[in-house]
Design a protein around this ligand. Structure first.
Ligand code: ATP
Ligand code: MG
Length: 745
C-alpha cells in the first residue's frame, strides 16, 4: 500500500484514496490523471479488498486500454487480469454480445466499417431517388452519427424541425443495417442504452458487477457515453472521472465539454480534485503549450508547472517543400538516435492522415523502422476485407453488403447485369440476395442462374462445415474452397504475394485470438458459464467484431523492435514521447482551412489540438512546416500556422531555409490580416479542402463507352472492379476514366 502512494503528490494520493462516492479530477496535460486511475484501481484491490471483476475502467483508445491494463498488472500481478479495462465501444460490444437478442437483433450481429457504411448510405440514397453525386453521402452519414450520439432515432426527431429528406434516409439506412444484421459504431452505444432502458434486469446485472467505475478522457464523452456511465453508476455512485477541458478534441463526433460541468450537477456530493504539477514535460514545452491555449476564451486558467527543468527551447523548422520537411525529420531522427535515443522514443504527429505518405517515404529512404497508427489499416486492405466478407456471409447469408463484395471475387463469371436483375428481384420480393437466388422470376439466364446457385451452395456448404473446424482451420478452408488462394497463387506478382502474406497474418491473428484472447475474455467476464463453451460461429462473431474495433491500433507486424510512431494528433491523446515532431504546422493544414473560415468554436478546437500535440513531448519538441507542398493534387504555399505565432519568440529556435523564402518573410507577426493572406494564397477552388475520395461505391451502376453496362463490385481507392454484362466480364478500371459514366435507375 505504501508503495502505491509513495510516488504520488498529496493531491494525487487524495484522489487515489477517495474511493467511495463520485470524484472528478480535472487537470492539465501530463499531471498524472491516467496514473492516478491505474494506482486507484490497484489501491481498491489491495487496500479495499475489492474484487477485480467489480472494477471497470474506460479509456478512449484500444492502445490506452492495453497500456492501462499492463500498468495495473505490473502493480498487482495476475489478479488484475479480471478488471474490465476497455473503450466504450469494446465494452458495448461485450454487453451486446450477451443480450442484443433481447432488443431484436441476432447474436451474430456484425459491425459495419466506414467504407461499408458509405456503400449502404449510397444505396439508400439511390433507392430514394437521390443522386449521391449531387448530395454528399458523407454529410448524411455525419448527421446520422450525430443523431445517434444524441440518442435520437428517426422516431424521436421532430418532423417539423428536421428535414424530411434526412429522416427518410436515416430510416432507410437503419432498415438496411437491420436487415443485414449489422450495426455501425454509433449503434453500439445507442443500442446499449436501449438495452439498459428496456431491460432493467440487464442493467441491474452490470450495476452490481461494476461497483467501481473509472473514465479517462472524460472531456471527450458524448451524450450516449455520458448516459451509459450515469446508468451504470446509479446504484453505487462510485464513479471517478478524469479529464481536461483544454484537451477536448472530439466535438465533431458529438463530444460535449458540458459533460464535465454536468458532473458536479449530477453528483452534488462529488469530490473535486485539481492537479497542478506536470511530470511529463520540460518547462519550456509547457510554456509553449500555455502560450497557445491561453488564446482560447472562456477557459479556466490552469497554472501547470514542472520541476523537470527548463530543458532546451523548441526548434521551429521551416523547409522549402513537403518532401524536404519529411527528410529533415528523418535526418534528425537518425542524428538523435546516434546520441542514444531509441527509435521508440520518437513520434511524428500530423493533423490529417494524408500527411503520412511523405513522412513514411522519408522513413523508408533512411531505413528507419516505423509504425503507422491508424491510416489505411490492415483491416481495410482488399484481401482482408474480402476474407472478412466471406466469413460474415457464412455467419449470416442475409448480409447483402458482404454478398456483393465477394460473389464474383474470385471471378465466377457472375456479371453486372445478372447482379442487377437479382438485386431488382430481391427488392421487390423483399428478401436478401442470397435467398433470391434460384427463385426464378428475376429474368436471369439459365447459365447465369447456375453460377449463382453454385455460389449459394458453396456458402451453404461452408456454413455446414463451421461447427467442425477451429477458427484457423475455418479461415484456411474458406480461402481454399472459394478459390481465393488459387487466384492469388496463379497471379505471380509482388502484389499477390503481399496479399498472401496478409492473409497468413490474418491466420496467425485468428490463432492467437482463439488460443489467448478468447480464454482471457471469458475469464474477465467472471467465469460466466454460459460463455464457457463457445461454438466456432460464436468465436467468429467475436473475432470479426473485435477486429473492427481495433482499427485505431493499426497494424502491429510481427517484428516488435523499437519503432518511430507516426500518427494523427487525435490518435496521440493521452500518450507521451521523449521526442515529438509536429509536421505541417501551417495555416490551411493546422488549423484546417475550414476552421479558419468558420472561426469561433472550430478554431478553438484546433487550438486545443495544438495544445494536445505540444504536450505529448517530454524532452524535445520540433515544430515543422514547409514553404510549398502538394496538397489535394496541386501545389500550395501555406503561411506558417497562427498557433506558431502565439508562442513567444524566446521559446523557439528557428532553423531551415524556408523562413527566408516564406511569403511572410522573416517577420513572424505580419501587419496585414492573416485571413486575407490565407485567402490570397489559397484560391478558393471548389472542393479544394474536401477529402479526395472515390465517388464510387459497390453496387453502383455504370456505362462504359466500349464495354457497355456494368456494376461496381469492388472499390480500392480509385481502382474499381467492374462486372460488365457483356462478354468483357470483370475489369479493373480507374474510377475517374472519362469512358465511365454513372447510371442511375
Ligand atoms: P494527459 O492529459 O496527457 O492524458 P495525464 O494527466 O493522464 O496526461 P499521465 O500520463 O498520467 O498524465 O502522467 C504523465 C507522466 O507523468 C507519466 O509518465 C507518469 O508516469 C508521470 N507521473 C505522474 N505522476 C507522477 C508522480 N507523482 N511521480 C512521478 N511521475 C509521475
Ligand atoms: Mg491521460
Amino acid at each position: 500500500m505504501k508503495q502505491l502512494l509513495e510516488h504520488m503528490n498529496p493531491q494525487q494520493a487524495q484522489a487515489i484514496k477517495a474511493t467511495e462516492g463520485p470524484l472528478l479530477v480535472m487537470a492539465g496535460a501530463g499531471s498524472g490523471k491516467t496514473r492516478v486511475l491505474t494506482h486507484r484501481i490497484a489501491y481498491l484491490m489491495e487496500e479495499k479488498m475489492v474484487a477485480p471483476w467489480n472494477i471497470l475502467a474506460i479509456t478512449f483508445t484500444n492502445k490506452a486500454a492495453r497500456e492501462m491494463k499492463e500498468r495495473v498488472q505490473q502493480l498487482m500481478g495476475e489478479s488484475a487480469r479480471d478488471v474490465w479495462v476497455s473503450t466504450f465501444h469494446a465494452m458495448c460490444v461485450r454487453i451486446l454480445r450477451r443480450d442484443i437478442g433481447l432488443i431484436g437483433y441476432d447474436l451474430n450481429f456484425g459491425i459495419l466499417d466506414d467504407a461499408d457504411q458509405l456503400s449502404v448510405i449510397k444505396e439508400a440514397m439511390k433507392e430514394l431517388g437521390l443522386d449521391p453525386k449531387r448530395q454528399s453521402p458523407k454529410n448524411f452519414l455525419a448527421k446520422i452519427s450525430n443523431a445517434k450520439n444524441e440518442l435520437l432515432e428517426p422516431k424521436d426527431l421532430n418532423h417539423e424541425e428536421t428535414q424530411q429528406e434526412f429522416l427518410t434516409i436515416y430510416k432507410k439506412y437503419q432498415e438496411k443495417l437491420r436487415r443485414n444484421n449489422r450495426v455501425d459504431f454509433d449503434d453500439l452505444l445507442m443500442l446499449t442504452v436501449h438495452l439498459f432502458e428496456r431491460h432493467p434486469e440487464v442493467l441491474s446485472y452490470y450495476q452490481n458487477k461494476f461497483q467501481y467505475i473509472h473514465v479517462d478522457e472524460y472531456q471527450d464523452t458524448n451524450k450516449a457515453q455520458y448516459r451509459i456511465v450515469k446508468m451504470l453508476a446509479a446504484r453505487f455512485h462510485n464513479v471517478c472521472v478524469v479529464g481536461d477541458s483544454d484537451q477536448s478534441i472530439y466535438s465533431w463526433r458529438g463530444a460535449d465539454i458540458q459533460n464535465i460541468l454536468s458532473f458536479e450537477k449530477d453528483y452534488p456530493d462529488a469530490a473535486v480534485i485539481l492537479l497542478e504539477q506536470n511530470y511529463r514535460s520540460r518547462q519550456s514545452i509547457l510554456d509553449a503549450a500555455n502560450d497557445v491555449i491561453q488564446n482560447n476564451p472562456d477557459r479556466r486558467d490552469k497554472k501547470l508547472w514542472s520541476d523537470r527543468g527548463a530543458g532546451e527551447i523548441l526548434e521551429y523548422h521551416r523547409a522549402q517543400d513537403g518532401d524536404q520537411e519529411a527528410a529533415y525529420i528523418a535526418d534528425k531522427i537518425i542524428h538523435l538516435s546516434r546520441d542514444g535515443y531509441g527509435f521508440g522514443d520518437f513520434a511524428v504527429l500530423y493533423r490529417t492522415n494524408s500527411q503520412s505518405r511523405a513522412i513514411e517515404q522519408a522513413m523508408l529512404r533512411q531505413n528507419i523502422p516505423y509504425r503507422l497508427v491508424g491510416g489505411l489499416s490492415f483491416f481495410k486492405r482488399k484481401e482482408i476485407k474480402d476474407l472478412m466478407a466471406y466469413l460474415r456471409l457464412i455467419l449470416n447469408p442475409g448480409d447483402d453488403i458482404s454478398f456483393l463484395r465477394v460473389v464474383n471475387e474470385p471471378k465466377r463469371g457472375i456479371g453486372g447485369s445478372t447482379l442487377e436483375k437479382l438485386a431488382a428481384y430481391s427488392l421487390v420480393a423483399q428478401m436478401p440476395l442470397m435467398d433470391a437466388i434460384g427463385q426464378g422470376g428475376a429474368g436471369i439466364s439459365k447459365a447465369a442462374s447456375n453460377k449463382l446457385v453454385e455460389f449459394k451452395s458453396l456458402i451453404g456448404y461452408l456454413r455446414a462445415c463451421v461447427g467442425n473446424l477451429s477458427l484457423t482451420e475455418l479461415v484456411d478452408f474458406v480461402l481454399e474452397a472459394t478459390g481465393y488462394f488459387q487466384m492469388l497463387n496463379a497471379d505471380d506478382t509482388i502484389e499477390a504475394h503481399a496479399r498472401l502474406d496478409n492473409l497468413e497474418e490474418f491466420k496467425s491473428m485468428a490463432a492467437q485470438f482463439e488460443q489467448e484472447e478468447i480464454p482471457k475474455m471469458l475469464r474477465e467476464e467472471g467465469g460466466n458459464q454460459e460463455l464457457g463453451e463457445l461454438t466456432t460461429a460464436q468465436k467468429l462473431t467475436i473475432l470479426l467484431n473485435d477486429l473492427l474495433l481495433q482499427t485505431d491500433v493499426g497494424t502491429e507486424d510481427g517484428d516488435s523492435g523499437p519503432k518511430v510512431t507516426l500518427m494523427t494528433i487525435h490518435a496521440s491523446k493521452g500518450l507521451e514521447f521523449p521526442i515529438v515532431f509536429i509536421s505541417g504546422f501551417e495555416d490551411g493544414i493546422f488549423p484546417l482551412f475550414s476552421a479558419i473560415e468558420a472561426g469561433g468554436d472550430e478554431l478553438e478546437e484546433e487550438r486545443r489540438l495544438a495544445y494536445v500535440s505540444i504536450t505529448r513531448a517530454m524532452d524535445l519538441l520540433f515544430i515543422c512546416n514547409a514553404n510549398r507542398r502538394y496538397q489535394h493534387g496541386r501545389s500550395a504555399n501555406n503561411p506558417e500556422s497562427r498557433f506558431i505565432r502565439e508562442i513567444s519568440d524566446p521559446l523557439m529556435r528557428k532553423t531551415g531555409t524556408g523562413h527566408r523564402a516564406s511569403f511572410l518573410s522573416n517577420d513572424p507577426r505580419p501587419s496585414f490580416s492573416l485571413k486575407e493572406a490565407v485567402e490570397s494564397k489559397l484560391p478558393k477552388l471548389p472542393g479544394m479542402m474536401a477529402k479526395v475520395e472515390s465517388n464510387w461505391g459497390i453496387g453502383d451502376k455504370l456505362a462504359h463507352d466500349k464495354f457497355g453496362d456494368g456494376i461496381v463490385v469492388a472499390v480500392a481507392g480509385e481502382i474499381l472492379t467492374i462486372a460488365f454484362s457483356s462478354e468483357h466480364g470483370i475489369k479493373k478500371l480507374m474510377g475517374a476514366h472519362p469512358a465511365l459514366k454513372k447510371r442511375t435507375g
